[in-house]
Each structure stands twice: as structure tokens, then as C-alpha cells.
Design a protein around this ligand. Sequence first.
Ligand SMILES: [Zn+2]
Length: 193
Amino acid sequence: MSLERAEGGERETSAFLGPEVFEEKLAALLASKKKLDTSFYITRAKYDEFLRDTKAAEEKESGLTSLDGHRLDRFAVVKFPGQPEKLVDGTKRKKGQPPPPPQAKPIFFVAVDELHDVLRQAHNNIGHGGKHRMVAELKGKYKNATEEVILLYLSLCPTCITKRNPVRRGNTVCPMVFLQMNGRMQVDLVDMQ
Ligand SMILES: [Zn+2]
């Protein structure tokens, strides 16, 4: 299911910097890696596999294999009403104990195909904040949102790009602009010159 939300008036005028550009660049980034480290990047296929394994291990009364143990050391499965099951950080689980309840603020694993929506939401939540605020925003919610993908997202956010490179209106000098907005400011500026 998509995490798509109403954009709340956000203007994405640069349609060419839409999600597909992020997906394209992300795919190139992942392809450039010798081996995809699943600590950071979990494809949909891997996500489903981990989820299946973890669930099966959680349901076993006894006879855990080493793979079961491995999965339980790392993951837990949570289910919120009306949503698909999700893979969350299971490292806080004590040996032989059930997975932590959902109200215990699970930290989610994010699959590669969810990254764009997760990053966009976090970025919008902090009013287009930069890298450090993004890291802080994501830290308590997602286990595997890397700085690498955060930077990739930030480099492609149309709003941030526009902010960095404001459109210049010809060669008009500043006092002319102030004149229209606030006559007094014009006088002050002239006085200083
Ligand atoms: Zn932005």
C-alpha cells in the first residue's frame, strides 16, 4: 500500500524531479554496490522473505533452527489494524519472549521501494530541514534509512532546489524592489549610500 498523502499545497512545479528520478538514481546507487548490505538496503523480495521467516520463527513453540534464531535476533513482526504486517527492530526482544507490542514504539525497517515516501514525509514533517534534522527525524522511527539516501533525497527536492537557487528577476537593483514593498525602506537605503 502506498503511503501517498495529500501534499497540503506543496508545489511540485519541477515535475521532472518527481519520484521516478529518485527511484532511478537510487537504482543506480544500489547497482553500483558490490554487494547489497541488507542492514541498510532491503529489496521488496528480501523484505517479504525476512517477514515470512520471522513470523514463522515467532510462531514456533520449539525446535528453532539457527536461521530462526538469526531472524529473531534481528527482527520482529508487528500488525496494526487495517495495515499489512511490518518488519520492525527485534533487537530489544529478550530471548524466548514474544515480540514487543506495537505500543512499544517499534522501529521499522523500510524496504527500498518505500524509501521515497518515507523520506518525503520526514522531510515535509520538518519543513524541508536539512541532513541533520532528517537524520534526527528518522532515527527513532526507521532502522535503516541511511545518510546516503537522505542526501540523495535532499539533492532532488524541488522546493529545496528552488530555495538554494532563487529565481533572479533580470538585473533590477534591490532598491527598486523595496520601493514597491515598502517606501520607507527605500529612503533608508538611499540615506546609507
Ligand atoms: Zn525540501
